[in-house]
Every structure is written in C-alpha cells, then in structure tokens.
Design a protein around this ligand. Structure first.
Ligand SMILES: *Cc1c(COP(=O)(O)O)cnc(C)c1O
Length: 499
C-alpha cells in the first residue's frame, strides 16, 4: 500500500517512508492511497484478542512492509510490560444508562496521546531502518500540553533519536508544565514560547519545511521528523482503539455484533476523530461521528456550514488541549471527501494561508454533514457537566471529556438519535485538578498548590490519583527557557549543539 500527499498526487511512497518523513515537502500530509476494508469476520476474530493482538491486526492492514512479528514486538513494547495500568490499555467503562466511556488515559502521562506515542518510537526507528536512513532522527514537537509530555516519555533515551518540545508559555496546565519541565533523559529538550499553540505549531512547521535548515541538519547527520498527529505513525495506532472499543461493547452486551454506534470525540487538531473516521471508512459499523469543541468552535461552524474561518477570538479555556484554531488533520478528511483532488486541497490551504478562511464545495459540505455532527460548549457548561456526572453516576471525568459528554447529551436531545454511543475520554481528571475541583466545589477550593489540589480531589471523590502524577510532587524543573516564535529555529540549533 502506497502513501501520497494531500497536496501532490504524484507522490507515491511506502509506509516506512511516510512515517520517517512525517510531512510532505509540498506542505501536505501523507495519506494511504486506498483504505483497507474489513468485514464482520474481522471483528469476530478481534473480539477475543487482547489489545496487543488487536493492534497487530489493525495496524497490519495499513503498514505494508512491516511483518506481523515486527508489529507484535512494537505493540508489546508499547502496550505491554506494565506501561499502562489496569487490564486493558483502553477499557470501555459504563457511566449511567447511555454513556460508554472509552478511557484512553491509563498510560505513562495520563492522556490519550500515550496510545500513539508509546508505539511511535518503534514505528519510526523501524521505518528509518527499512529505508536505510542512518541519520539521527530529531523529533520536533509543538504541543498544547499533552503531546509534548507523551512524546518525551515515548522517545526518552531511544537510541538514534532526539526530541525537542515547544509549548505555549501560558497555554498549559501547571501539571502539564511540571510533567514536561521535569522530563528525564539524555536526548530531550523542552522550551516555552511566548504565544499560543497555533504559534508553536506554525513555528515548528516553518522549521520543518525550510530547505536551509534541512541542509544544515543533514550536514551534521541529523534529520527531522514529527511526532505531531500530522505523522501517519501517530494516526494509525489511534484507529486501533475504536475497533477495540466496538468489540468490547459487543462483549459487554451494550450492542449486538454488526449494530451501528455513534462515536463522540473531544476535538482539537482533528487527529483523534479522524482516526474514528478511518475506522468507519474501513467498515466499522459507525453511524455518526460527533465532533465536540470548547469555546474555540471553528470546527462546529465548519461542520455545520462548510465554511472554515480561523479569524475569530482565541479563547484560553479549561480544556486547553482543544484550544486550537487550525485543525491540521482536517486536511486529510477534505482530501478523502474530495476523492483525492490535490488541486482542490492546494486551493483551500492557499486560501487559509492568505485569508484565514476557506469554503469547501457543496458536495463535500453535504458529505461532512452526513457523517459528522458537531457541537460546542463553554467552560461553565463543562464544569456543570463534571459536577453532574459525578453526583449522578459517581463518574469523575476531566474537562476535555466533559465537553464531549455535554455535546453528546445536547446532540441526543436535539436529534432524538439514541444509537448506542461511545465517548472518547482523553485525559485523567487529575491532569486538570484545579478545574475539576472548581467544578465539584463551586469554586471554594481550600488547597493552595497543584498537589494540595490533587490531594483535595482524592479526599472529595475517594478516587485515587494516578501514581505517575503523584510522583511529580516536589520535583525541580530541569528546563526553564522561554523564547519568542522568531527564535525557535535558533533554539533548535542551540539544543542540537549546532552553531
Ligand atoms: C490532544 C487532546 C485532545 C484533542 O485531540 P486531537 O486529536 O488533537 O483532536 C483532546 N483532549 C486531550 C486531553 C488531548 O490531550
């Protein structure tokens, strides 16, 4: 199976090459030229398997050139060996009559990013070997909080790699910041930038696509790659858990084999929900994909109208991993829905670069509306949802998951669509203790600092905080640098010891 670029159909490369390169030189994203189809027999075979074997089965459909044994080694390294707490890395938990919650945050950093970033280093170093790349791979990451730490954990001390993370200085939670600034490892670097996530992301993208930078790195035996969800090696592992959730729901008696479900995803960069879309295209019985946003509701408007407009106020919310106005992975969806019309994608993204907006054709807009539903909610509604879910069902969720729960409940009420639904839960509530505690107490928090809040939340709910977060208490930050967007490239050179 070959991969092409959303902006240049003449590109045709292997999975290994797509994963090593991360992003296409034309600025487009790599996509498989054809989407594999599964049947009922595939799902029946998946049902009794553990998560590792499910990953081998699903990834094998996309990653031609990787043997089953290789994929098994990768999946075992990523999801086995106690890296994830609990019986499955991605369990489906019931919370009340019609909420099935797919908990994706039992990994080392307590956010769903671990699901992909624990396996990406294996995919990336394996891919580099396959295409005879002997340069040291430098992972550049722009993060809104969770990706950075998950990538640092994934790549920490992996031979032949180095990792540099940029995060918006005021755009991450205290816990996220502490997770990143205390990262151990000899091959890691972390720097804050003055700006928001979109600034960090466009800064990284600019460094990636600058031929002069690329040349300088090559001269020194380095090559860039990406751990952001623009990398196919990041996206493919996310498809697995939607299959896994489906067959788990069958086992739990929530649905019959073959019965359609709805999938609800709290969305930022559109990677997680795009993985669900791939699963649907492959033949997983899915009716609607519900895209949930916070006050940064650029996707809500797009899904409802076909008009994408990033020229709007940027809100810093209590669900910071969704504070995004440019959702990179939407490009892959638009490419697929316009049947591989790379000229159309170039037109849309030139328009986005020039004016901050684009409008898709009515044909594409109609398909988007058919497949997706969308909704958004503000911080007050998010907090009210956390409080109510805990009060009524005893289920404690984080702020991002709460946005999805709220949007789903609105959707269900408005449309009367009672198709069984699964909600992607993307972070541990303890990653956002201040906001969660605020929601539960109506603002009367006793605790003064982050760890006192963790403790207060434990006391209030009787739900223990993950060990991964508790153990950060009292650690001293290693990385304290802050720079401007314009200095990012210089910072990269400095961290690599060049010039
Ligand atoms: C990254 C993240 C999201 C958004 O996921 P996308 O794939 O970027 O849409 C939502 N919630 C949490 C907790 C995240 O870390």
């Amino acid at each position: 199976m070959l991969y092409t670029s959303t902006r240049n159909q003449k590109v045709g490369i292997s999975a290994a090459e797509a994963i090593t390169r991360g992003i296409s030189e034309d600025g487009g994203l790599f996509v498989p030229v054809a989407i594999p189809r599964i049947d009922r027999g595939f799902l029946e075979a998946l049902q009794p398997m553990d998560y590792i074997e499910r990953a081998v089965s699903v990834l094998g459909l996309f990653l031609e050139g990787f043997s089953e044994e290789e994929l098994r080694t990768y999946a075992k390294g990523a999801y086995g060996g106690g890296k994830f707490s609990g019986v499955s890395p991605a369990p489906v938990v019931r919370a009340g009559e019609h909420l099935n919650i797919l908990e994706l945050w039992h990994g080392p950093t307590c956010a769903f990013k671990d699901m992909a970033l624990q396996i990406l280093p294996y995919l990336l170093t394996g891919s580099a070997k396959k295409i005879n790349n002997h340069n040291k791979i430098i992972i550049l990451v722009a993060t809104s909080g969770d990706t950075g730490k998950a990538a640092l954990e994934g790549f920490c001390d992996v031979a032949g790699t180095g990792i540099l993370v940029f995060y918006p200085v005021d755009g991450v939670s205290p816990m996220q910041k502490l997770q990143m600034t205390t990262q151990k490892g000899e091959n890691v670097g972390v720097c804050a930038i003055r700006g928001n996530f979109d600034d960090a992301q466009s800064g990284v993208k600019a460094i990636f696509t600058d031929p002069a930078v690329k040349e300088k790195l090559r001269e020194n035996g380095y090559v860039f790659s990406s751990a952001n969800s623009i990398n196919w090696g990041r996206l493919a592992p996310q498809i697995v858990y939607y299959f896994s959730a489906y067959v788990d729901m069958v086992s739990q008696g929530s649905i019959a084999m073959g019965e359609p479900i709805n999938i609800v995803v709290p969305t930022g960069n559109f990677g997680n929900i795009l993985a669900a879309y791939y699963a649907r295209r492959m033949g997983l019985p899915v009716k609607k994909l519900v895209c949930a946003s916070n006050a940064n509701n650029v996707l809500t408007e797009f899904i409802e109208t076909g008009h994408y407009d990033r020229n709007r106020k940027f809100y810093t919310t209590i669900s910071p991993s969704m504070d995004i106005l440019i959702s990179s992975n939407l490009e892959r969806l638009l490419y697929m829905l316009s049947e591989g019309d790379d000229g159309e994608i170039r037109r849309l993204y030139a328009s986005l670069a020039e004016t901050g907006t684009f409008r898709v054709s009515e044909t594409v807009a109609r398909q988007v509306r058919e497949i997706f539903a969308a909704g958004c909610c503000d911080d007050d509604a998010t907090k009210a949802t956390i409080a109510r879910l805990f009060r009524e069902e005893g289920y404690l969720c984080d702020t991002h998951t709460a946005v999805a729960v709220k949007v789903y409940e609105d959707y269900r009420r408005k449309t009367g669509d009672t198709t069984p639904a699964v909600i992607a839960s993307t972070a541990s509530p303890y990653k956002f203790s201040a906001s969660v505690l605020d929601a539960l107490t109506g603002g009367s928090i006793r605790a003064q600092d982050e760890f006192a809040m963790v403790h207060e939340l434990e006391e209030k709910t009787g739900i223990p905080a993950p060990q991964q977060l508790r153990s950060l208490s009292g650690k001293t930050p290693r990385f304290t640098d802050v720079c401007d967007k314009a200095q990012m490239c210089e910072k990269v050179y400095q961290m690599l010891g060049l010039k």
